[in-house]
Design a protein around this ligand. Structure first.
Ligand code: MN
Length: 246
């Protein structure tokens, strides 16, 4: 399949595919993804399919790398997929409201997946974490000898169950996954989960922390939802400039 055919085959998903390419670069630029991690979006044409890059480092992803996949993680072409595509598939299966997913290993979040202190919103920009990010324990299903990856549908479904109605789920000793109603919202949540984790880790060193109330979390989340496009446009411009200067 050449890139022109792939381009034409996106159909009404072309805009989403373009957003996904931008999201890959934004998340690298913002320190959420490195060689690993991935971002996906549900197809607008078929809610039982999603778009995601083929198995490639996010900084290198181009439009021709975007691959369409079923909820059984069967790609529409023969190029190798990410090992953990089940994270995305099983969340789309469990959460009809979710239209974009970011899975990352971002450095400041991981410590909260292994200690008994929950990651909770204390920053106005991270109200979506209320009341606290749930933590997925892979040992419940995979035992204590797994490679820690979400590499089959059963473990993926267990992760989606732990996510429940939340915006973000932490994965013990591994990373986290953020969801959204569109690509910019999932990217916003992934970026500010990393920012919030860094801030909480700093704050607890200084003293007792005041967290947002339920009402503050709700109000800030509602207000911030109207401002995501401002951040998204800036982050895309920043990532374009970084790419152009390479
Ligand atoms: Mn991973």
């Amino acid at each position: 399949m050449n890139s022109k055919q792939i381009f034409l085959n996106f159909g009404e998903d072309l805009e989403i595919a373009r957003q996904l390419v931008a999201a890959n670069h934004v998340l690298v630029q913002r320190g959420v993804l490195d060689a690993f991690g991935h971002v996906s979006a549900r197809s607008a044409a078929d809610p039982d399919r999603f778009l995601i890059s083929r198995n490639r480092a996010p900084a290198l992803v181009e439009l021709s790398d975007i691959q369409e996949m079923s909820l059984d993680c069967e790609p529409a072409d023969e190029r190798p997929r990410y090992l953990e595509a089940y994270i995305h598939a099983e969340i789309y299966r469990a959460r009809p409201d979710v239209r974009a997913v970011v899975h990352s290993h971002s450095a400041s979040v991981v410590p909260f997946s292994v200690v008994d202190m929950p990651l909770k919103p204390m920053l106005h920009i991270a109200g979506f974490l209320y009341p606290a990010a749930p933590v997925f324990e892979i040992r419940h299903l995979a035992g204590d000898h797994s490679d820690m990856l979400i590499s089959d549908a059963a473990v993926g479904a267990d992760l989606a169950r732990t996510l429940g109605d939340s915006a973000v789920v932490l994965m013990r000793g591994h990373g986290s996954t953020a969801v959204g109603r569109n690509v910019p919202e999932a990217v916003f949540r992934a970026i500010y989960t990393e920012v919030a984790a860094k801030a909480q880790a700093e704050a607890v060193k200084l003293g007792a922390v005041v967290f947002l109330t339920a009402e503050e979390a709700r109000s800030t989340t509602a207000t911030n939802a109207t401002q995501i496009s401002r951040a998204w446009k800036y982050w895309c411009a920043e990532a374009r400039t970084a790419l152009a200067n390479k």
